[in-house]
Design a protein around this ligand. Structure first.
Ligand code: 3AT
Ligand code: MN
Ligand code: MN
Length: 533
């Protein structure tokens, strides 16, 4: 970082130390974060360390076992090594209670991906305190998910073109990627990106504290979700890292206050870069809007710092960009007030008002009769929702299509095919809603329906809104049949789609039709709602 004397792609904006007032607000920020329960307790921290020690030993045992089975000598098998690298929130030091530990297992060339699932996965099942071991070898990034001593762990694996993996191996060298399977390159990416981010910030402690604040804020404001077109953990981490580069001597309270105003004023689509994009040894694309039209369409590009550079925010749409920009503005206003003592940090972390804000919503309901299939089907539908949002953005009278960041799961006990059908259509009567499992047990024709409902808030142009009110059933009603029909057609193209097992429906509801489950207790407005758009 320091050949040029600074971190990042431009000189800093200011190298001043923070003021007394900024130090005060940093103290109160950290107090508020503790109150908000973003830190794990010491007991949990110790458990994580013990578990990671056991996992590191297990990976070495795995490599040794496979090495011996390949006919390597005892000495060679012991020397083959094997190393774990953590990434994700745990590696950045910003994980909360209950966060997982994202773990990459790096193995030598004579250990294969099949071994990972055929040998390591069974070893995990046998491991002390291990529960819920489930491997997904066919995933885009193959993964084993598990829980050890209550700590959720995600395991990825990468096989390097080396005959042994020493304990002091670093993943920084781009040449390590040569001649690797694409799945290994993808598995290495998360870890390499994290390591670069940490290397590229001037003060890791300040970065962590600031990032904890931004993550909590983004979660509360319902804009923490990469699949839905907002930013995920890596995106928020890179934004905070960039602000840290611009103010290398500032402390967390100051970084957070600059964060909001700079992000509000950022001239997108100018990219956020933590370092210059590098070329490298692979035949893979590196993010380049001059060369690739797809990259040119990124609205808020935030580029990962490890080769091959990628855009972490290709999911952002016009709607989600405008929602995030509005949140940056609100955040900037609150932080300004915090600095002059006219507001407290807790205001920054106030819950979103998504379900109070709009007059019109779309419900996207995915349903099946099987809990395992439901997870896959709902995940598939969720990953396509941004396509619906983008189609809605073309509807002239809509100014905004606002996707909510999580779906609502429901299990309905049905007594007849008619009821099953009604639930799949989103018509859950009080009778169905109040029925318990024991009420249908053993009854003929009874079945469970699993449904996941996603919400999109719709903002309608003011002129159209008046027309709609004056003429609620007339021909000028909001017409969204084209985007919704196209969307359901597209979702059904999923390779495992089966019309007889899975349901998908999009329906338009008024705010009064929102179910109680989307509100916290006491949150639902009594009758006539204030100003909805
Ligand atoms: P948490 O504190 O765990 O909620 P995090 O930032 O660690 O926050 P994740 O564990 O979900 O978030 O993801 C960590 C990284 O793992 C981010 C991304 O590079 C990678 N990743 C996440 N989900 C997947 C996935 N389904 N397949 C492959 N890689 C993933
Ligand atoms: Mn994680
Ligand atoms: Mn994870």
């Amino acid at each position: 970082a320091s050949q040029q004397g600074f971190y990042g792609v431009t000189p800093p904006i200011s190298t001043s130390e923070s003021s007394e007032r900024e130090k005060e607000v940093t103290v109160s920020l950290m107090e508020e974060l503790r109150r908000q329960n973003v830190f794990e307790n010491e007991q949990e921290a110790r458990t994580r360390e013990i578990v990671m020690g056991r996992v590191a030993a297990l990976v070495k045992k795995f490599v040794r076992t496979v090495s011996l089975s390949r006919g390597l000598s005892e000495t060679a098998a012991n020397a083959a090594g094997g190393k774990i690298f953590t990434f994700g929130s745990y590696r950045l030091g910003v994980h909360g209670p209950g966060s997982d530990i994202d773990t990459l297992c790096v193995v030598p060339k004579h250990v294969s991906r099949e071994d990972f699932f055929d040998v390591f996965e069974p070893m995990l099942r046998e491991a002390e305190g291990a529960m819920e071991v489930s491997g997904v070898p066919e995933a885009y990034v193959p993964i084993i998910k598990t829980k050890i001593s209550g700590i959720p762990i995600d395991f990825l694996m990468a096989r390097l073109a080396l005959s042994s993996i020493p304990d002091d191996l670093s993943l920084q060298d781009n040449n390590l990627l040569r001649n690797l399977d694409e799945r290994c390159v993808r598995s290495l990416n998360g870890s390499r990106v994290n390591e670069e981010i940490m290397r590229l910030v001037p003060n890791v402690e300040v970065f962590r504290d600031s990032l904890r604040c931004i993550k909590l804020w983004a979660t509360r404001r319902a804009i923490y979700s990469n699949v839905n077109g907002f930013l995920g953990g890596v995106g928020w981490a890179m934004l905070v890292a960039r602000i840290c580069q611009l103010y290398p001597n500032a402390i967390a309270g100051a970084i957070v206050s600059r964060f909001f105003i700079i992000m509000y004023q950022w001239s997108w689509p100018q990219p956020v870069l933590l370092k210059q994009i590098e070329e490298g040894p692979l035949q893979v694309r590196v993010w380049n809007p001059k060369l690739y039209p797809g990259d040119r369409s990124h609205r808020m590009p935030i580029i990962t710092p490890a080769y091959p550079a990628m855009c972490a925010t290709h999911n952002v749409t016009a709607s989600t960009q405008s929602i995030m920009t509005e949140e940056f503005k609100k955040g900037a206003d609150i932080v300004d007030k915090v600095i002059i003592g006219k507001a407290s940090w807790s205001e920054l972390f106030e819950k979103h008002d998504f379900f109070l804000k709009y007059r019109n919503y779309l419900q996207v309901i995915a349903s099946t009769g099987d809990p395992e299939l439901q997870m896959k089907w709902a995940g598939t539908v969720e990953s396509r929702i941004r396509q619906l949002v983008m189609k809605l953005e073309y509807v002239a009278s809509l100014t905004l299509a606002h996707p909510f960041i999580k779906g609502f799961n429901q299990t309905s006990c049905c007594l007849s095919d008619e009821e099953v059908h009604a639930v799949a259509q989103g018509e859950i009567s009080d009778a169905i809603a109040n029925r318990k499992r024991e009420d249908i047990e053993g009854k003929e024709g009874a079945s469970l329906v699993y449904s996941t409902t996603f919400y999109i808030g719709l903002a309608i142009e003011p002129k159209q809104r008046e027309l709609q009110l004056a003429d609620a059933v007339g021909p000028r009603r909001l017409d969204i049949s084209y985007p919704t029909t196209e969307f359901t057609k597209m979702v059904k193209l999923w390779e495992h789609f089966d019309e007889s097992k899975m349901g998908i429906i999009v329906r338009h509801i008024k705010s009064s039709g929102l179910p109680d489950c989307v509100f916290d207790v006491g949150e639902r407005p009594a009758k006539l709602v204030q100003k909805r758009v």
